[in-house]
Write a protein that binds this ligand. Sequence first.
Ligand SMILES: NC(=O)CCC(=O)C(=O)O
Length: 266
Amino acid sequence: MTTPRLRLALLQMHVEAGNPDENYRKLAELLEQAVNAPDKPDVIVFPEMWNTGYALDRIEQIADINGERTKAMLSAFSRKHGVQIVGGSVAEKREDGGVFNTIYVFDNKGEVQADYSKIHLFRLMEEEKHLSAGNAIGTLDVAGEKAGMMICYDIRFPELARKLALSGAKVLFVPAQWPNPRLHHWRTLLLARAIENQMYVIACNRCGTSGETSFFGHSLIIDPWGEIVAEAGETETIIRAEIDLGLVNEVRGRIPVFEDRRPTLY
Ligand SMILES: NC(=O)CCC(=O)C(=O)O
């Protein structure tokens, strides 16, 4: 029996803090490169807050109002090229109040299939002073299987990944703007989420520098056994891989963690 395979492209990009026009231009350029390749992807993933970066002191002015600009651009692209998009995250200003750090997912016909707003705000980067937290977990469908979403700091909360896995997710998408000097945390936490939940982890970080803060890239595709399928370096790049979703059940069968859990004791 054949199992669903998925070709992925992760756009590890530099983000110009406070310059949405430049970031939409750059993303459009990278999207064209992603699809104009022999191994055209089924799913494309971007980093966190790629439209504005962490220009939080001006976020109210520059965030995308109700995500309209982002949705118009990504919906047209996914429809034209027949690709699914896990649209990183964008700063989204809601007309009814608040700026959220939101992922929009587009199916390969240009429809918004799902969204998720970051639920854990990262105090070290003062998110809690400028952003509102989402209040719901986020799932989507990829190639007929369930997947979950987490944004950057969310990966420090294993309960969330476990909840998504228990709800049936076999893949976890993680857009991020994870800076130096915490490369060790980034790689270790992503590997742990993949191994403990026996799921694919698809993590797209930004690269480059904004003010004093530098971002190391190292976007990762990790399989459910914890093997690294692809890892970027520190510069702007597109990483690609084809994954076999059937491996999730195989690994879960080999070490039946989900059957061996003792949730009545912890
Ligand atoms: N943008 C973020 O959520 C950064 C999270 C981070 O750097 C961390 O160490 O956690």
